[in-house]
Design a protein around this ligand. Structure first.
Ligand SMILES: [Ca+2]
Length: 156
């Protein structure tokens, strides 16, 4: 675009100048909004990873055999990985949990894994992040009620 022609054009036509000004302001607002969304997403992931390391497990409180926790972490992963979600498997596992240490030990065993979604980006995250990604709002509410029952402050 010829700058001189552009300046002459908007000087002759103030309405056009107002339209350009409004578009410029909207553009700046959109860029700022995108920036806050990306920044918020990054800090949320870091926060979740820190939460996992901040939950110490009282071994004396564990109600299942030690091998059950790593097996259950694998079962939860398998229920979520790939197409669809094995909701009945996930629901059944949460019904077994009796206290916050049972839950924290599963989170510890789960660590950080990668969910493969064919045709979509893979999802790297911990157990809480993966449940948030996989479950619908009704399922999340059910899991949050279970987390409250066992005395965990985690929410999906
Ligand atoms: Ca899935």
């Amino acid at each position: 675009m010829n700058i001189d022609k552009f300046v002459t054009d908007i000087t002759k036509n103030p309405a056009k100048a107002i339209v350009y000004a409004v578009l410029l302001v909207l553009g700046i607002i959109l860029i700022y909004w995108l920036y806050t969304q990306i920044k918020g997403g990054v800090s949320a992931i870091v926060e979740r990873i820190e939460n996992v390391t901040e939950n110490p497990v009282e071994d004396d409180n564990l109600t299942q055999n030690p091998s059950w926790y790593s097996g259950t972490a694998n079962n939860l992963f398998n229920a979520m990985n790939g197409w669809g979600t094995g909701w009945s498997d996930i629901k059944g596992i949460f019904a077994i949990l009796q206290n916050v240490d049972d839950w924290n030990e599963i989170k510890k065993q789960y660590g950080t894994r990668t969910l493969e979604h064919f045709g979509y980006a893979d999802v790297v995250g911990n157990l809480v992040a993966h449940l948030q990604y996989e479950l619908d709002s009704w399922e999340k509410e059910h899991i949050n009620n279970e987390l409250m029952r066992i005395g965990s402050s985690d929410r999906i």
